[in-house]
Design a binder for this molecule. Structure first.
Ligand code: HCR
Length: 383
């Protein structure tokens, strides 16, 4: 029945939240939702999901030729999906509403060297309305780095929330065998959030996304839920094609478990159900004021312990401070400066790589947030 998974005392709140979804105008992040559906984690932490298999990320550069490297990029990419889209279900019982980051919020992390070099993560919230998160992930020793940004446009169909992701990522690989540097443009899939009426939301990926390499190779990934390819949820089919659009290899399976090369009975391509390595983050006591876990410490504690009054009070305090900052900027005619990223109106990598795609993207250009190399070792914003 409707609202079956909603705590009794929050059923009315959930019903009115669903009602308000109908009039939402593309940005769900700033809407107030009942406490049972709140996550204590800010969206600035989500880019860490790109690298919970730091070994797969590092090993891309060891591929012997462009085809093998593209296959490794695909393997790493498919391997990120279960972390990106099912972690909250596993840890909190259902998808939850993440904390809406403030402008300038920062998140840093590392995956320690386990024989393939250290991987570093730098995240900055570069826009609040609409929310946009910029990130940079690099393993210097392995010669791989990922730069991207992420935003969402949400709409409600009556039963499901549809999320169109904006932004893209560019992966740069310096092959270990000395071959020329390669770039891979990664576009992002669409999401459907199901289970809303019951109060236990979960994500299904829909539609398609692409990985376009500067070598000419393309990987296209198609997503289907239950009842399409296999009768299983979270299914995908992927195909790697060469520059003339001819398929060179197919893959299929589920992104939450096993997938196979060729067809469903082919050799194992990947099993994503295994171990994932969470990012290592400094203790809150060692973080600066703009770092996510420090900034939200009381709100997160309130949500975790069910002390929603405390959570609400601190959230209001943070939001009021932000409002004041924006007012001051308008009054003083100053602009907020990003610490780690520079905004560019048109990303040259996107323009070049998207032009190589068979299914052309519209528009053919997109903006980007480019890491400021000189700030790579800066931690925290000077107050
Ligand atoms: C849609 C979503 C915020 C955005 C999250 C993104 C798209 C962020 C970029 C990551 O790389 C991947 C990713 C994973 C998340 O699954 C996705 C979130 C799921 C829910 C959340 C909504 C804004 C909140 C919906 C509120 C519901 C649960 C009531």
């Amino acid at each position: 029945p409707e609202g079956a998974d909603v705590p009794q005392e929050q059923k009315a709140g959930w019903a009115s939240f669903i009602k308000s979804l109908a009039s939402m105008t593309g940005d769900l992040s700033s809407m107030t939702a009942p406490p049972f559906i709140l996550s204590p984690t800010s969206l600035t932490e989500f880019p860490a999901y790109w690298c919970e298999h730091p070994d797969a990320f590092a090993e891309i550069s060891e591929g012997k030729d462009d085809k093998e490297r593209m296959e490794r990029v695909l393997k790493w990419f498919i391997g990120t999906l279960s972390a990106q889209y099912t972690t909250r279900n596993e840890k909190m019982g259902s998808e939850k509403k993440p904390l809406n980051p403030v402008l300038g919020e920062l998140f840093y992390g590392v995956w320690p060297d386990r024989g393939y070099g250290e991987t570093r993560l730098i995240v900055e919230q570069v826009s609040h309305h609409p929310p946009v998160t910029a990130y940079y992930i690099e393993n210097k020793q392995a010669g791989v780095r990922l730069q991207g940004h992420s935003g969402q446009k949400t709409s409600f169909s009556g039963t499901a929330i549809h999320v169109k992701q904006s932004g893209h990522a560019v992966l740069t690989v310096q092959p270990k065998n000395g071959q020329k540097e390669e770039k891979y443009l990664i576009t992002l899939p669409k999401l459907r959030i199901e289970g809303i009426v019951w109060g236990s939301p979960y994500i299904e990926l829909t539609d398609t996304n692409a990985i376009q390499s500067s070598t000419g190779l393309t990987a296209q990934i198609d997503y289907k839920g239950k009842g399409y390819f296999t009768g299983k949820s979270h299914s995908f089919k992927a195909v790697i094609s060469n520059g003339s659009g001819k398929a060179v290899q197919n893959y299929e399976g589920v992104w939450t478990g096993k997938s196979h090369i060729g067809g469903s009975k082919g050799p194992l391509f990947l099993d994503t159900a295994g171990h994932k390595e969470e990012v290592t983050v400094k203790d809150v006591s060692e973080q600066t004021e703009w770092e996510s876990r420090k900034l939200w410490v009381n709100v997160a504690k309130g949500i975790r312990t069910g002390n929603y009054d405390e959570a609400g009070k601190d959230k209001t305090k943070i939001e009021n401070e932000q409002r004041q900052r924006r007012k001051d900027e308008t009054a003083n005619n100053t602009a907020w400066n990003h610490l780690h990223f520079t905004h560019v109106e048109s990303d040259p990598d996107y323009q070049f790589l998207s032009a190589l795609l068979h299914d052309k993207l519209t528009p053919p250009h997109e903006d980007a947030y480019v890491i400021k190399p000189e700030t790579l070792n800066v931690v925290g914003r000077p107050n």
